[in-house]
Design a protein around this ligand. Sequence first.
Ligand code: ZN
Length: 477
Amino acid sequence: MEYEPVIGLEVHAQLLTRSKIFCGCSTLFGADANTHTCPVCTGLPGSLPVLNKKVVEFTVRAALATQCRIAPYSQFARKNYFYPDLPKGYQISQYELPLSTDGHVEIQVDGKKKRIGLIRIHMEEDAGKLIHDLSSDRGASSYVDFNRTGVPLIEIVSAPDLQSPEEAGAYLRKLRAILMFLDICDGNMEEGSFRCDANISLRPKGQKAFGVKTELKNMNSFRNVQKALDYEIRRQTALLDQGDKVIQETRLWDAARGMTASMRGKEEAHDYRYFPDPDLVPLVIDPSWVEKIRAGLPELPEQKKDRFVRDYGIPEYDAEILTSSKALANYYEGCLKIYDQPKIISNWIMSELLRELKRDEREIEECPVPAANLAEMLKMIDEGVISGKIAKSVFEDMYRTGKRAQEIVREKGLVQVTDTSAIEKAIDQVLAANPSEVEAYRKGKDKLFGFFVGQVMKATQGKANPQLVNELLKKKL
Ligand SMILES: [Zn+2]
């Protein structure tokens, strides 16, 4: 039987406000444990939450950028459950009346565009953090840090429109890029400011009804999300093929072992006993404020992509990649400021630069070659200082050492040979060494020309100016 995966993703993104969602405590990451706390975020009796307006503004931004509808009237709700990192015994979230619904995000996989629906974007507070120490003097211990308690999150729930791990990866990348373009989330997956849970089920191809789904947690990179989904597709396929049933449950991804393992039976919404939070008034949003926020939205990935195609004349494929993150788009435009050849820069970024970054699993933000240095090197090719071929090895050195091209070229003596007499000498040697090819060429075997060029380049260790080699070879032959 052939199955079709049905995937929906829930993303939790931490908003870049300076203070928490319902109190004035700092949201800064990395402070000493329990120093960013107060009676409100630790849930002391008698304390009352007050909504941070910036959180609402940031959520409206996210909603507008993903074509969601903004509800003029929404409400906070208590999600009740007991856990040591949740001091109140409930999390303030939104349930029946979320701030925004019915949006979408466009993705592109294998050149095909697809629209992924968003069911809702709502606001909620984060829980604290547990630190498990198995080797403490007092035996295995767990500690709780409430600094993260009350940090603002948005939860973005996609429709079950994703049909492969690749689509899931593309969706997450696009969503993260949008939030980062909006300056409302730093997108850092390792520090947990962009987290993703996945729901996945299989159904026989052609069937409309959904199969039983499992929920996957604990995936802290795009790569892990895709791997976990791949694994789960294989696991569920094997179960169904054997005539077994998939159990509705929550499973944890174990990156070290490359597999998912059952964590707990999946709760239903009614297990949480949601009810409207009586400490917070319903949220009424003035449409004129929404319009003001809309007017202040920055250029988003899709718009930037269109502009790159229009203004720089590069193919849509290039533009899609270059606008996949704000930092990469800035890098590209940074190069353009110094070297005005949009397509050449795009080629270098998409091939050489992204290949090196991918191999090292680095982001563009960690690129050891600043945009200005790449642009300078490309200029050196145009000016005839180095050949395009040498440039590739120069670039590898720049990436490895962080040095500028001029420095590497000087140190290694890579300056292009433009001295005609030196090139002529090399040509004479090549022609003398290959008399039968010379004869064949002169009798009309034109294709051999490339062979001679290759030999001359080899003889000059790739340093000869290719244009001069071509000219002089033709003359001599
Ligand atoms: Zn607080």
